[in-house]
Design a protein around this ligand. Structure first.
Ligand SMILES: Nc1ncnc2c1ncn2[C@@H]1O[C@H](COP(=O)(O)OP(=O)(O)OP(=O)(O)O)[C@@H](O)[C@H]1O
Length: 883
């Protein structure tokens, strides 16, 4: 009995869940072997087209997952895994989510790198004959997810697309939320992959083959690779977006990108913009690793925004400004006039307190115009969001009026480009009420007076409701029942309700009993039903009409998408520049003078922008950076923790800030324009390529040696640490010499190898500097001041003391240090001689040259081990004879 009850309950559950399906069909489903039900056949047919996605299959009020999707989905989403018809031999696993909560489940899956295909019922199940038609209405993937959560608003989500032709790689990317599209062409896989990392893409549409190693790189970088969709005919969107592209790789990759968007989105994409081309070399180039090392967007430790340059700089008022600032940090400028144009705006806003404050106030009222245009294009915008658009547009005249009052030509010029688009604001505010509901289909959206027909319906409804209120009063009087009331519900419509206590006074001849409750009876009368009909009809018609009017309004605004996007970009620019002005004032930043004639750096009292915020400001010790031709390379020594890294990073961050147009943390500064920044900083292993620390170190050094120019900035922190001391020192020395003789890039090189400080005797453009520290009563005091010359002592033991190592260990280390210093005195003299070799190939004797050339030409496979030993012994003799 109990078993039967349980069975019944489980069927009842299914019936409830499928209450939108035909009952007859339900019966069929339960009786038939599951694999053969028409529904499962339909499911499988759809699933076959979306094999790499979770298929969310709509059944009534639920989205169901079946079979493998159900098993995997239940685990990831923590859903209860059930089975369809547990009695058959192979019950089908299933798991479901209620339709109203589906978004959070989709977000979770997509964030984890999966794709989700949404299969909807395409007809009303009540009207459908037989099987309800279903199909996928959208494929949501990591690169096409439009994340509307507020804390994601300042982040672009770029879908990328790559093609490979005989001429090289084409790369296109789009942010579906805002419609921005850019494209470029690149020569090799490495630079393409680096660009993908810089874009922080989660999904790349890739045509062509990939090696296992390349696939591995993508997997480690959490980038999923999707196959392109190849349409039979180019879509209108593709033709529109690619209309200006002449380069073949750029055109192909962008077409592939848009084809993918069209195929997955299956909805209007009217907000997609005409693709812009860009050259990575038109910006200050930094590899993804360099950006990470410099903590431009995320802190190295936490991988979060806090502690990064972006974190420091981002006080923008709008999400659009936040996204633009990120893009600027990713791509600093390299043309002086572009930097100066931004600086002029910052200066104008900084100098004019009134203008700045009024602009900031107005910006605070501006919503995300770019993303709103996306929602308008998709057709998913609601009344509240259209009003957000209108309210944002109403801020533009305020901004304009403020800018126009200013004395600054730069601000006046900026104002002259702004189109306030008040016609769009008017369209919206005349059509919509002040506080519309979220839904666009339930009425309550349109302002009275906007449409005559709608006003007439509203009249009927209000009159009808007034009539009902009057009827209630009249019935109370006639029956003498004071508690009589007229109510409404969706099932019974209007009814008269009388409590049980007053039942006896009901005029049975007029009232018709409709429903019995525990405490009351409900009645209807013919005249009440007649008015109900009128009211409901007007209500139905008015909600339909309101929706129709709303869609018309939305379509009207759709025509203005390009202008709205342009305005969004201009407001974002103003937002970031006003932000720079605010920071300049708050943090006492100064405008750097950009020099084009030479590569000299003159920073007086510079500060590290992030470290100075973290420390109490008065604790930060400013430092100069004065580098000219005669001092292209700074060799920096000093104890651990003294501030070597901070000093070097300070320069790199100041360069980035200057080239995005921001003012910088210094008293005064003259800076050249840098073309590239290279870094080797810290011991952060390269997680993506899985290389060892030393290999990463050498690779990064190699990037600089191969690609740096006179105009580049090279920051090397303790190169050579990852291998044996002399090995490392020799490599470090050779690298410095190569940079010095062949590249002439501005270089900062921090090292613990004291022996390297000798290089200043032979390398004329190298300058030793050290970060000062002093001892007081046996304690180490960091001065954090960068001073000329090399540091003369290693303070390792003092740092160990600061770290709290036990006293006996410190005492023992001190004794051993003295011992080693004595023992190694002669050895170090020899090392110095060895190092001198870097600069003295000429001092190699003829015998040594002979030995070297024999080693070079020796073909090892020809020799037995014994012969080799004899050869080596002969060399030894020759060399020793020479000594
Ligand atoms: N100019 C400065 N003024 C004040 N404090 C500073 C300054 N420079 C560095 N510091 C402080 O010293 C700490 C250590 O600095 P940093 O990491 O640059 O030292 P380092 O010499 O590179 O050390 P290591 O050789 O161990 O890598 C910083 O976290 C910061 O708190």
């Amino acid at each position: 009995m109990v078993k039967h009850a349980v069975l019944f309950l489980s069927f009842a559950g299914e019936i409830l869940r499928y209450n939108d399906e035909k009952v007859l069909f339900l019966g069929e489903m339960i009786k038939m072997p599951q694999a053969d039900t028409p529904m499962m056949q339909q499911y499988r047919k759809i699933k076959a087209q979306y094999a790499d996605a979770f298929l969310f299959y709509r059944v009534g009020d639920f989205y169901e997952l079946f079979e493998d999707d159900a098993v995997k989905g239940a685990q990831i989403l923590e859903l209860t895994l059930t089975h369809r018809n547990k009695n058959v031999e192979h019950p089908i696993p299933m798991a479901g989510v209620p339709h109203h909560a589906v978004q959070s489940y989709i977000d979770t899956l997509v964030e984890k790198g999966y794709k989700v295909a949404i299969s909807e019922q395409l007809e009303d199940p009540k009207l459908a004959e037989g099987m309800v038609k279903r199909d996928v209405i959208q494929l949501i993937t990591p690169g096409t997810m439009v994340d509307d959560r507020p804390n994601h608003a300042k982040t672009n989500n770029y879908l990328t697309s790559v093609v490979l032709t005989s001429a090289g790689y084409g790369l296109g990317y789009a942010d579906l939320a805002t419609g921005e599209i850019e494209t470029t062409h690149l020569v090799d896989f490495d630079s393409t992959f680096n660009e993908l990392l810089s874009l922080r893409t989660k999904e790349v549409v890739w045509s062509g083959a990939l090696t296992d190693q390349q696939k591995d790189y993508f997997a480690k970088a959490n980038i999923i690779i999707s196959k392109p969709f190849k349409p039979e005919q180019p879509s209108s969107e593709t033709s529109f977006v690619t209309q200006n592209l002449t380069n073949e790789e750029e055109r192909l990759s962008t077409s592939q990108l848009i084809d993918y968007l069209v195929a997955t989105q299956k909805r209007s994409l009217a907000h997609l913009q005409i693709a812009k081309t860009y050259e990575p070399s038109s910006y200050l180039q930094m590899s993804h690793v360099v950006k990470q090392n410099l903590e431009l967007l995320n802190s190295n430790k936490t991988q979060k925004k806090a502690g990064s340059l972006y974190w420091l700089l981002d006080q923008t008022k709008t999400a659009m400004g936040g996204r633009l600032l990120k893009q600027w940090i990713d791509r600093p400028l390299i043309r002086k006039q572009d930097v100066v144009a931004r600086q002029e705006m910052v200066e104008a806003l900084l100098d004019d307190y009134f203008t700045r404050e009024s602009v900031l106030d107005a910006l605070a009222g501006v919503y995300d115009l770019e993303r709103l245009t996306g929602r308008i294009a998709f057709g998913s915008v609601n009344g509240r969001e259209l009003l957000q658009l209108a309210r944002s547009l109403k801020q533009v005249p305020l901004i304009l009026a403020t800018l126009r009052q200013s004395q600054s030509k730069t601000l006046l010029d900026f104002a002259s480009q702004l189109d306030p688009m008040q016609n769009v604001a008017e369209l919206i505010t005349t059509a919509l009420v002040d506080d519309p509901p979220v839904s666009t289909t339930d009425g309550g959206l349109i302002r009275p007076g906007y449409n005559d027909q709608l006003d007439r319906y509203v009249d009927v409804m209000t009159n009808g409701k007034r009539w009902v209120a009057e009827l209630e009063a009249k019935e109370r009087e006639q029956t003498g029942i004071n508690t009589l009331k007229i109510g409404f519900n969706k099932v019974f419509g209007y009814y008269i309700e009388v409590t049980n206590a007053n039942k006896a006074n009901v005029p049975e001849e007029r009232y018709q009993r409709k429903q019995t409750l525990t405490n009351a009876e409900r009645y209807i009368t013919p005249e009440l039903k007649e008015h109900e009909h009128l009211i409901l009809e007007a209500e139905n018609k008015s909600t339909d009409l309101e929706h129709e009017l709303f869609v018309k309004l939305r379509d009207q605004i759709k025509q203005y998408i390009p202008q709205l996007q342009k305005l969004g970009q201009e407001i974002a620019t103003l937002d970031v520049l006003a932000d720079f002005a605010v920071l300049a004032e708050k943090n006492q930043y100064t405008k750097p003078t950009i020099n084009e004639k030479d590569q000299n750096i003159q920073i007086v009292n510079g500060r590290h922008p992030v470290v100075e915020q973290v420390l109490a400001k008065r604790d930060y010790i400013p430092n100069d950076v004065l580098m000219d031709e005669s001092s292209n390379i700074f060799l920096i020594t000093g104890p651990n923790m003294s501030g070597k890294s901070t000093y070097m990073r300070q320069l790199a961050l100041i360069v980035v800030m200057a080239q995005i147009g921001s003012f910088i943390p210094a008293e005064t500064a003259k800076l050249p324009i840098f073309d590239q920044i290279f870094t080797r900083i810290g011991a952060a292993d390269d997680l993506i390529s899985g290389q060892s620390t030393f290999m990463v170190e050498m690779n990064e050094a190699n990037q600089a040696l191969m690609h740096a120019t006179k105009k580049s900035l090279v920051i090397f922190d303790e190169i050579g640490r990852g291998t044996a001391t002399y090995d490392g020192m020799a490599l470090a020395g050779a690298i410095i010499k190569y940079l010095h003789n062949n590249i002439h890039a501005k270089t900062m090189f921090a090292t613990h190898y004291h022996e390297l400080t000798m290089l200043d005797q032979t390398l004329t453009h190298l300058k030793n500097v050290h970060v000062g520290a002093t001892e007081k009563n046996g304690e180490l005091i960091f001065l954090h001041k960068v001073l000329p010359g090399a540091a003369d002592e290693s303070y390792g033991i003092h740092v160990a003391k600061l770290a709290g190592l036990p006293q006996p260990v410190l005492a023992e280390a001190t004794t051993m240090l003295h011992q080693l210093e004595q023992d190694q005195h002669s050895a170090s003299t020899k090392n110095t001689e060895q190092l001198a070799l870097f600069d003295s190939e000429d001092t190699i004797s003829d015998v040594e040259k002979d030995v070297i050339s024999t080693i070079r030409s020796l073909y090892l496979a020809d020799k037995t081990p014994l012969e080799l030993m004899n050869t080596v012994s002969q060399w030894q003799q020759e060399l020793n004879n020479e000594d």
